[in-house]
Design a protein around this ligand. Structure first.
Ligand SMILES: *Cc1c(COP(=O)(O)O)cnc(C)c1O
Length: 240
């Protein structure tokens, strides 16, 4: 059953090579867009990945990671966190209000604020942590897809204002464009909403479209399969 238990040394060199490739493509895309090559942060998405894959990413110098479930992120990172002081964890999946306190305890940035009730829960969780500031992005459902999380574009300004009124540190916006449409117009819309709200951070672009996202001003690209290969199990869109 060699195929189901990958050789750790092989995982490590494969992952290291992919990091090199993706980093080079990010830098090239920045230069092509007249941007500082350091201006787009690579968020490595480790959902469903093995401990070997996480270790390989850390060995490749990666420190910024995205996870889309609170429990899986705890399993992946709680023990590693003390050993990696400059680790940055970003929640990129939907968050239930009853997990807000756990999310605030583990994550540096929550990219998926999409409703006032969640802003309330995050503010309450911050108060419970001696008034810690919670850094968030507002997720915008740029394609207004019924099954997708995110605030509708027309409601984004109001949610940004509400989150600020609650004391949350709103750093920017995040989106996941519809799978069957050109991503460019969605990235442009996200940038426009960010500009009019005075927001700097744009988390947009995944394995299939990160170079396009950089052209449209992405400051963070969230990349999983281009770094780690196909995921180990299919992602059900469960919320947690
Ligand atoms: C899984 C995931 C990604 C990474 O997707 P890839 O196509 O594997 O790069 C990015 N963003 C979110 C929100 C995700 O859930």
């Amino acid at each position: 059953m060699a195929s189901s238990s990958p050789d750790p040394a092989q995982t490590s060199s494969t992952v290291a090579g992919r990091f090199e490739t993706v980093r080079r493509r990010i830098a090239d895309a920045c230069r092509a867009a007249g941007r500082n090559p350091a201006g787009a942060v690579l968020t490595a998405v480790t959902k469903t990945q093995s401990p070997e894959a996480l270790a390989a990413a850390l060995a490749a110098g990666q420190r910024v990671f995205g996870e889309n479930r609170v429990q899986e992120a705890q399993a992946h990172w709680s023990a590693l966190r003390p050993a990696v002081p400059d680790l940055e964890l970003r929640l990129i999946g939907p968050l239930q209000t009853n997990k807000a306190a756990d999310a605030v305890a583990l994550f540096d940035v929550i990219e998926t604020l999409d409703r006032p009730k969640l802003a309330d829960a995050l503010a309450a969780a911050a108060a419970g942590e001696a008034g810690r500031t919670v850094r968030v992005l507002v997720q915008v459902n740029t394609g207004a897809e019924p099954q997708k999380a995110g605030v509708l574009p027309g409601d984004a300004d109001a949610l940004v204002a509400y989150a600020r009124s609650k004391g949350l540190a709103v750093e920017g916006l995040m989106c996941i464009p519809p799978a069957d449409e050109a991503a460019g117009p969605h990235f442009a819309l996200l940038r426009k909403i960010a500009r009019r709200n005075g927001l700097e951070t744009l988390s947009m672009g995944m394995s299939g479209d990160y170079e396009t996202a950089i052209r449209f001003g992405a400051t963070h690209v969230r990349i999983g399969s281009a770094l780690f290969g196909e995921r180990n199990r299919p992602q059900t869109p469960s919320i947690d």
